[in-house]
Design a protein around this ligand. Structure first.
Ligand code: ADP
Length: 443
């Protein structure tokens, strides 16, 4: 028996002794003892009621004051309550932290109970699978997601690997799901959105296929000619024509490889472009000479309207390449004798714009959004004929991105096309001195 128990007995025995002494004095020992035990009983009963009331009132209140064993009982229960309250607080804190971290997870998590019913899920699972609280608690996942691959995967007793399927929430969203058994026959279902990874893989596959295709065509042509030259009797005229065509194909491959290298360089440079001041008017003066050479065959009328004071922060080689691509396209996709306007000017909002407008074959609206995709061509035969690699506008877009700029396209079939490179005000600067101006406009 604990110490307090003995004390209580001692106290009762002492009280009984006093009662016996008093009873003996008045010749009423039994009555005195009966009164003592009745009083004790009332006291015990009263404390019992106080305890019951206190427990009913809740944990917030301090226990009633009581002496002896009852005091110990009250305090003991109070201490227990305090301890359990502290433990509860810790558990709630832990649970909150767990909830917060699972909510921050980009992956969906669903917990299934022993019978495979949904017990709990995080926010990402809600977004990816479209689960709804509380209706879906206790449901089977396969009743909510009917995709045959998904249902088959959940039919396996021992799940291996994972399954891929389209999200019921959003068309085109590809999800991968993995079951992980844990605890007592419970399961964790992990869901991940792999749309982007699939898209990148598709792009890489398409890219390799495209390059192979681009290289195979000129190689096949060259091989044919070379075989002819090596084995057949070839007349001088034919030999000359073959060599010319081979040179054309070799040039095509060279353009392709150079464009590929340019793209790869742009993609590998993660940092934004260096912010040297580029005297764009000067750069356009040099480009103009090259363009006139390219224009000798088609004899377009090319008008240049250049703001000599407008400079840009960026990389001159990249800007040169972007502007040249647009100019070459305008020459190539405009029938001979066309009209081309080249403009370099500042807009009212402080941005700067390089614009190339032609009156050529134009582009149908359904193609416009895809023009900057690698190897995208409106008319494959025409692009090949003009020696294009199909990478030009992809390069332009990359370069503009690196200069915080954007590409605007306006086009009408058989009317012509306007490509505009727009640079934001923070990228624009102005020639400060007359020397700047002179070097920009040239002698
Ligand atoms: P390409 O090397 O084939 O010219 P680009 O990426 O430069 O590749 O252009 C993609 C496609 O956009 C071209 O194949 C062509 O169909 C179309 N295009 C580009 N510029 C023009 C233009 N000025 N007028 C009409 N079509 C154009």
């Amino acid at each position: 028996m604990p110490k307090q128990g003995w004390e209580e007995i001692r106290r009762i025995v002492a009280l009984a002794g006093v009662a016996v002494a008093l009873g003996w004095l008045f010749g009423q020992i039994f009555l005195a003892l009966a009164i003592l035990f009745a009083l004790l009983f009332i006291w015990y009963f009263r404390n019992l009621i106080r305890l019951q009331r206190w427990l009913q009132k809740g944990k917030k209140y301090v226990p009633p004051l009581a002496g002896g064993l009852w005091g110990e009982v009250f305090n003991g229960i109070y201490r227990l309550q305090q301890r359990s309250r502290a433990r509860n607080k810790r558990i709630v804190k832990l649970l909150n932290r767990f909830r917060e971290s699972t909510a921050a997870l980009p992956d969906g998590v669903v917990v299934l109970d022993q019978s495979g019913d949904i017990e709990w899920w995080n926010e990402s699972a809600e977004k990816l699978l479209g689960l709804r609280y509380p209706q879906d608690v206790g449901q089977r996942l396969t009743n909510l997601i009917r995709n045959p691959d998904f249902v088959r995967y959940f039919g396996q007793p021992n799940p291996t690997e994972r399954v891929e399927f389209e999200s019921p929430r959003k068309e085109g969203m590809i999800l991968t799901v993995r079951r992980v058994p844990y605890g007592n026959k419970q399961e964790l279902v992990l869901i991940r959105d792999i749309t982007l990874i699939r898209r990148v893989e598709d792009m890489r596959r398409d890219f390799v296929a495209n390059i192979s295709h681009e290289l195979r065509t000129p190689l096949t042509v060259m091989r044919g000619f070379l075989e002819n030259l090596a084995h057949g009797e070839v007349e001088e005229e034919e030999r000359k024509r073959s060599l010319e065509l081979m040179l054309q194909q070799a040039t095509r491959m060279q353009v392709l490889v150079e464009d590929l290298m340019m793209l790869s360089r742009l993609e590998n440079q993660e940092t934004k472009v260096a912010s040297e001041v580029v005297p764009v008017p000067q750069l356009l003066t040099t480009l103009r000479e090259e363009v006139e050479l390219l224009n000798r065959e088609k004899q377009h009328r090319i008008h240049w309207d250049i703001d000599d004071t407008l400079y840009l922060r960026g990389n001159s080689k990249e800007l040169d390449s972007a502007f040249m691509n647009l100019l070459v396209n305008a020459i190539n996709y405009t029938p001979a004798g066309g009209e081309i306007h080249v403009r370099w000017y500042g807009r009212e909002d402080g941005s700067a714009c390089f614009e190339v407008q032609d009156n050529g074959i134009g582009i149908a609206p359904q193609h416009v959004a895809r023009l900057t995709e690698r190897f995208y061509r409106v008319d494959v035969a025409r692009s090949r004929e003009s020696g294009g690699s199909g990478l030009g506008l992809a390069i332009v877009k990359h370069i503009l991105n690196r200069h915080n700029g954007r590409l605007e396209v306006e086009s009408q079939v058989n009317r012509g096309t306007t490509f505009a490179c727009v640079f934001p005000p923070e990228q624009v600067t102005h020639a400060e001195t007359d020397d700047d101006l002179q070097s920009a406009t040239g002698p």
